[in-house]
Design a protein around this ligand. Structure first.
Ligand code: ZN
Ligand code: ZN
Length: 231
């Protein structure tokens, strides 16, 4: 019914039918397995031992490269409040979930600030986590890590500024530790990963709270490329 009243059309070329038509889907490029710290190839997206820092995640799986096409999808999902685009994105990666071991794991969507979630009416990564949890054996938690401080968009900043911009903006609800540390894995879900600063900052808070008893992993829809500015 909704489709009849508001027919879906390709967000890139406007052809009716899908949020991204079959032709435009060819412009979504799957990422090759790589280490999220150095972006060089690595089996199963594992962080290279030489790239590991104090709060690195064990691995961060990314699905597609961030480009003009991905931008259209994520922008409509996040900023135009078309949460149906979230369902569509999920349908594009659902088959890839089989390759991921979700045993005894907890999914944590990237926390958005309370104010922002209220404005938007939903947290985009929470929608994706709930869709994943319906298909695999994993739970979702949305109140263990929360965003205590609003920050400006990472996209507008350079490499060094991005680390500063996310510093201490997240907090862990320590009352929930007994409930959370029974999981052997925590998987943080984000939409776009570029420098990895945001996801590492969340990892820092979780590690401080749980004392590294839990393995931390990440799943991100899109991987952006970023060059460090020459000093
Ligand atoms: Zn199209
Ligand atoms: Zn590496």
């Amino acid at each position: 019914m909704l489709d009849f009243l508001f027919p879906k059309e390709c967000l890139v070329c406007s052809k009716t039918g899908l949020w991204l038509c079959k032709t435009c889907q060819k412009n979504l490029y799957p990422t090759l397995p790589n280490c999220y710290m150095c972006k060089k190839l690595s089996n199963n997206f594992k962080t290279h031992s030489q790239c590991v820092k104090a709060n690195s995640l064990e691995s961060v799986i990314t699905l597609w490269k961030y480009n003009e096409c991905s931008k259209k999808l994520i922008h409509n999902f996040k900023y135009k409040n078309r949460f149906q685009v979230g369902n569509f994105l999920f349908s594009l990666f659902e088959s890839k979930l089989k390759k991921i071991n979700f045993e005894n794991s907890l999914l944590i969507p990237l926390p958005s600030h309370r104010k922002k979630t209220l404005e938007r009416g939903f947290n985009p990564t929470e929608i994706l986590c709930n869709l994943i949890a319906q298909k695999v054996n994993a739970q979702v938690n949305t109140n263990f890590v929360f965003k205590k401080q609003e920050n400006i968009s990472q996209a507008s900043l350079d490499y060094c500024e991005r680390e500063k911009n996310v510093e201490n903006i997240f907090e862990v609800n320590t009352n929930l530790i007994p409930k959370i540390d029974k999981y052997s894995k925590i998987i943080i879900m984000d939409d776009i990963i570029t420098t990895g600063a945001t996801i590492s900052e969340i990892a820092k808070e979780i590690n401080e709270a749980l004392g590294k008893k839990v393995v931390l992993k990440g799943i991100c829809l899109f991987q952006g490329s970023f060059r460090k500015k020459k000093q």
